[in-house]
Design a protein around this ligand. Sequence first.
Ligand SMILES: Nc1nc2c(c(=O)[nH]1)N[C@H]1C(S)=C(S)[C@@H](COP(=O)(O)OP(=O)(O)OC[C@H]3O[C@@H](n4cnc5c(=O)[nH]c(N)nc54)[C@H](O)[C@@H]3O)O[C@H]1N2
Ligand SMILES: Nc1nc2c(c(=O)[nH]1)N[C@H]1C(S)=C(S)[C@@H](COP(=O)(O)OP(=O)(O)OC[C@H]3O[C@@H](n4cnc5c(=O)[nH]c(N)nc54)[C@H](O)[C@@H]3O)O[C@H]1N2
Ligand code: SF4
Ligand SMILES: [Mo]
Length: 699
Amino acid sequence: MSQKSAPGVRRGICGLCGGTCLVDLHCDETGTITKVEGAKEPPFSSGALCVKGAALRQATYHPDRLLYPMKRVGPRGSGEFVRISWDEALDTAAEQLRRSRDRYGAKSTLLYVGHPKWFRTYLNDFANQYGTPNVGTESSSCAYALMMASQSCFGRGVRMPQPDLAHCKTLLIWGVNPLHSGAPDRAKAYLKAVERGVKVIAVDPRCTPTTERAALHLRPIPGTDGALALAMANVILAEDLWDHEYVEQYTTGFEAYREYVQTFPPERAEAITGVPAADIIAAARLFAQDAPNALQMSASPVVHNINGVQNSRAILMLAVLTGSFGRPGGIQAPGPGRPMLKWDFMGTRLPRPLADEDLSHTQFPAWAQLTPQEIQVIRIADYLEGKGDSPIYTLLSFGMNHHMWPRPDHIEKAFSSLDFFINADLYRTPTSEYADLLLPVCSSLEREQILVQGPGLLRDVEAPIAPLGEARTDIDILAGLAQRLGFSLGDGGTVHSYEDYLRTLLEPTGRTLEELRAHPEGLPPAHTPPARTSEDILNVHTPSGKIEFVSGVLEACGAPFHEGLPVYHDFRETLPLEEYPLLLSTGCRKPQLFHSRTYRLPWLRALEPAPVVDVHPEDAQRLGLKDGEMAVLSTPVGSLELPVNLDSSCLPGVVNVYHGAGDLDVNLLVDETYLDPISGFPGYKSYCCKLEKKGGAAQ
Ligand SMILES: Nc1nc2c(c(=O)[nH]1)N[C@H]1C(S)=C(S)[C@@H](COP(=O)(O)OP(=O)(O)OC[C@H]3O[C@@H](n4cnc5c(=O)[nH]c(N)nc54)[C@H](O)[C@@H]3O)O[C@H]1N2
Ligand SMILES: Nc1nc2c(c(=O)[nH]1)N[C@H]1C(S)=C(S)[C@@H](COP(=O)(O)OP(=O)(O)OC[C@H]3O[C@@H](n4cnc5c(=O)[nH]c(N)nc54)[C@H](O)[C@@H]3O)O[C@H]1N2
Ligand code: SF4
Ligand SMILES: [Mo]
């Protein structure tokens, strides 16, 4: 359904970053958007719009939009494509998928999806029914490592720590900057907590608008978070600030943990992290004494380090020691049930065929245990080149951007080993240039959507504009392929179209699509899941049935670095720091950038036309570099010329570069073997580099 084509203001959902902000779209008589504003719909939406959303019109009508299915006619990588019909495109793709399965076995096909999350359940379902265990996502470098850490402490079902911002007195916000990375409502939740008088302890190497509002700001060297958390635990134990009863009743492994924590007095942590011992002591006291205390962590920075899972576990254990997990005002707090749509970010939990033969289970045994619904796809270049256990002949991807992985140059080379590559995206992207078949996907404004607003309102939002060109939804593409391969998606094979998908989403709510369409202002669900009590939450699903200070899953892996305790290993031991003495942090979020998506938008690109290297003025002075001057940034695997941006918010000794620009891609400088052995996540936030004047002055 799309809203009628009359000039006026239409309601839409911005999906530029995968968020779901309501927007008002001013449209002319042809139905074309002329202006975008944040929707004013108190209390859910106050008219706020982030800077990226302000450029939504440019994103929607960008000349790079892929409008028709296309097939390659020139050599691979030449970018020569011709328009074809949907029937030809889907017939060709299905024929290739069938041929690959017949000739080389189903696992010779790799399915992939980038940042988009909304249709992942059906991608997994497709993979299962087609028969390949090889399905991977962008979450091979986002969120899953933190979820592995959470699950290894709190068991299945506990993913990201969820802070109870409405009821906490103290908030430990660790490596998150919601004022730049969050949608407006998330940023506001933080500001509201600050206004309410919550005492914030921020842990972030840089100064940000988030850290500015903190009572205490600890600035560790990136990647050293584990040592800092262990030292905070050391203080909490030494000063007897821990919750004895909670630890006794709900946890296991405490004695071994306590013994290990003894080896991290604040002075030792100061030497490792650069955070003064006095600040570590003050933070530990504030966090443990001023209960209820909550913890907020992010999907990325702490786990973008090669000891990321263990460091995250050390942080999560602070919430265990102080009894804040499962308690009001803590993390995973009890509370009323909220309406749930039938959707899972982590895809389906159905067992995958041949999961023990997937591409990554041998190299990443803990991943195979804790993230069983998909593979760790970080070594994609190897897999495409047949260096995995089984060669990949066919790649079917939805929203793939190879520039977000380390060494995109290697991935580009590996694309040439493929028999066939199908890519579905909204745009012609650098990745699509290597594909054989391009499938155009519609944006969030071109499809009807269902939304859960606040604690209890279901909303149906009609598509404000018709699909551009012949663009289709990802679900329609998957369903079209499934039909040609002789199966259908969803439980009982009920999902043949996007509308079927919307109906399925609503199943747990007891509402029908027709009811919601008849009530565009929203309806409460007919069924809401029951409230969750502390006891429900503390009844955890770990191997021991208790919250684990010593992880049974990690220990059982028996692999190097998979210790049961949250052991700190220092990344610097593995790096050639004499030659590359600066630390390289990549991808700290900037408000106007979103991975590869926003560089093409003129309004946003105007704010920072090309990636810059953010350098602290002290470092710049020592290196003889001036603001705006071109410098050569080198790592052990490559170098790039980038303009210097003097930035006093940086931690001295650490330079930052944003990723995702296809032309000046900092991921070319990140070694693809520099990985957390547990999660396989790259050390994006703590690699080594040197920065020199262009033309070659000494470091
Ligand atoms: N150096 C460095 N690298 C990083 C990071 C970092 O901090 N530093 N961060 C990592 C993290 S946390 C993440 S999440 C990844 C993100 O990495 P990606 O997921 O690769 O990033 P995006 O550019 O957001 O999206 C990829 C593609 O999806 C397309 N797309 C958007 N919506 C849809 C849709 O609905 N359907 C389809 N089919 N396609 C769609 C976009 O047009 C785009 O081409 O990058 C990672 N890479
Ligand atoms: N504008 C915008 N918003 C985004 C995105 C985007 O690309 N642009 N990406 C989205 C995605 S995919 C993600 S995963 C989230 C990420 O969301 P956030 O985690 O909030 O974003 P970052 O800016 O990457 O990291 C937060 C802070 O962590 C600090 N940090 C860096 N390294 C370390 C470290 O080793 N230890 C500690 N303690 N702190 C560290 C950085 O200085 C930064 O200020 O953002 C989402 N929102
Ligand atoms: S946060 Fe910004 S880009 Fe993301 S959905 Fe909201 S308005 Fe759009
Ligand atoms: Mo992410």
